[in-house]
Write a protein that binds this ligand. Structure first.
Ligand code: C5P
Length: 235
């Protein structure tokens, strides 16, 4: 691991935080989700390698599960990453893990991308789409996908209502933010949030929605791992 790229100008401007500290109980394996096997490597290897190689990213911080910091560092060394600056211990919640990783980001950083290790197939084009609105007056940007299923509100196995899907979208990661705005959004006593954009919205930040990527699905169950493995293979 090494220091972030130095020098003047935009070097070190864009930091990627990888939230990898979740337990992933629904995978039913003997290790945290970020270390579930995907194509013979830990799941984390995929996003770590991709973000490290991404030309838009200057430095990377990983939030690992408590007790898994060393394996995360070893993985980063095995992958011969050049931008991984630090590996911190994650927190009880995703938000706490992001906060721990953000503490490693220097004040000079301009932009922070927050990515879930659970979404392995991140690519450069998506990162570029997420970064674009940040130089156009937005505080944040989120990749989204349309909702194609009909949505029902269900209570105890009974359909209570059908919810209109007009204007609804599914949010993915990486999500990008102006660094000072994300810092403000993560200050204080935080309610649990499933993404960082919701915290930025809460403090009045303007968040752009950009096209997501259907391949960027989130691994939750063993079946998801098999799907991601198939999507990962070159056609
Ligand atoms: O649990 P879920 O899959 O929604 O978590 C989304 C992402 O947040 C995962 O990559 C997971 O590793 C991460 N996370 C974390 N710290 C936690 C809980 C989840 O970094 N305490």
């Amino acid at each position: 691991m090494r220091e972030p790229p130095g020098g003047s100008g935009v070097a070190g401007a864009t930091w990627a935080l990888i939230a990898a500290a979740g337990a992933g109980e629904r995978l039913r394996i003997d290790r945290p989700k970020a270390f579930a096997p995907l194509a013979g490597r830990p799941l984390l290897a995929e996003s770590l390698e991709r973000l490290d190689a991404c030309p838009w990213v200057d430095a990377v911080v990983v939030a690992a599960p408590a007790g898994w910091e060393e394996p995360a560092i070893l993985l980063s060394e095995e992958l011969a990453t050049t931008k991984v600056v630090s590996c911190v211990t994650g927190g009880e919640s995703r938000t706490e893990s992001v906060r721990a990783a953000l503490a490693e980001v220097p004040d000079e950083a301009l932009v922070v991308l927050v990515h879930d290790a659970a979404r392995p197939l991140v690519d450069d084009a998506l990162v570029e789409r997420v970064l674009e609105p940040l130089s156009g007056g937005f505080d944040g940007a989120v990749p989204v996908l349309p909702v194609s299923d009909t949505l029902k509100r269900v209570d105890g196995g009974v359909v209570v209502e059908t919810v209109s899907r007009d204007g609804l979208a599914r949010a993915q990661t990486p999500q990008g933010f102006l660094a000072p705005v994300l810092r403000r959004a993560l200050e204080g006593d935080l309610a649990e949030a499933t993404d960082c954009a919701s915290l930025v919205e809460r403090i009045g930040g303007r968040v752009a929605a950009v096209d997501g990527d259907p391949r960027l699905l989130k691994v939750t169950t063993p079946e998801d791992l098999a799907i991601v493995e198939a999507l990962r293979r070159p056609a």
